[in-house]
Design a protein around this ligand. Structure first.
Ligand SMILES: Nc1ncnc2c1ncn2[C@@H]1O[C@H](COP(=O)(O)OP(=O)(O)OP(=O)(O)O)[C@@H](O)[C@H]1O
Length: 233
């Protein structure tokens, strides 16, 4: 199946006083392998809710989430966790790196905690740090890295599990313009090279042309447009 991520008629409701608030309202979305989608929309429109549902962190109230051909809704909690680990990479705005660990150790800690042999993982970690341009800084700790470098470690770490789906929440919010652009370019390259289905929530409309398509959210509803149609002439 080519559609790495599908949301079919997905709704998510939260209790809101005596009534309910629809954070997601009948959302349909399909993202293929190697596709880089931007997700934009005003604050409170449902972007983070969509990422959380796609990441299988929150169960929708209604609708289907299909990842790499597998319907997530019928899975037990342990199966969802395993699917998330094997298929989904998540990149948050703040890298949340562990202060005591070097860049390469940040990529290995999960394997280490799971008691996995580290030889292959170490080779992969070194390769990924090369992909994100951090070969020379792989033994540095977070406080020795710039904000952009920390975000690169974050991206490399998300790729350790060879995810099919890459979910990225405002990766440039804490960065200046130049570093922001290089991070979005890196996400473009990663999407192309690793054929991930990448969804990036962003407020940086100037970088939208680096992505394949733009979905706009408003009041929990989604509309999808090609990149040029939402850019000013
Ligand atoms: N845990 C929750 N409980 C109740 N309501 C929630 C919860 N999480 C989100 N909401 C509500 O759901 C709606 C969508 O929120 P969401 O965080 O998905 O929007 P967003 O587009 O990501 O906003 P932002 O750009 O500010 O992060 C908002 O009205 C929000 O208040």
């Amino acid at each position: 199946m080519n559609n790495a991520l599908s949301l079919v008629n997905v709704s998510l409701e939260y209790p809101d006083g005596g009534s309910t608030l629809k954070a997601l309202d009948s959302v349909d979305l399909v993202v293929g392998r190697g596709e880089f989608l931007s997700l934009v929309g005003p604050s409170g429109s449902g972007k983070s809710s969509l990422l959380a549902v796609a990441a299988t962190l929150i169960k929708p109230t209604a609708g289907l989430v299909v990842i790499d051909g597998q319907d997530v809704s019928g899975l037990k909690e342990a199966e969802r966790t395993a699917l998330r680990r094997d298929k989904v990479g998540i990149i948050f705005q703040q890298p949340n790196l562990l202060p005591a660990l070097t860049a390469v150790e940040q990529l290995l800690i999960r394997e280490h905690l799971r008691g996995k042999p580290l030889k292959d993982a170490r080779r992969k970690a070194v390769e990924l740090l090369d992909v994100v341009g951090l070969s020379a800084t792989m033994h540095k700790r977070p406080h020795q890295l710039s904000g952009g470098q920390r975000q690169r470690v974050n991206i490399a770490r998300a790729l350790m599990g060879s995810p099919t789906v890459l979910l990225v929440d405002e990766p440039t919010a804490a960065l200046d313009h130049e570093r922001s652009e290089s991070i979005v370019r890196l996400l473009r390259k990663v999407t192309d090279d690793f054929r991930t289905a990448t969804v990036m929530v962003t407020h940086d409309t100037e970088f939208l042309p680096l992505t394949d398509a733009v979905a706009t959210m408003r009041d929990g509803r989604i509309s999808r447009a090609s990149v040029p149609s939402i850019l000013p002439n």
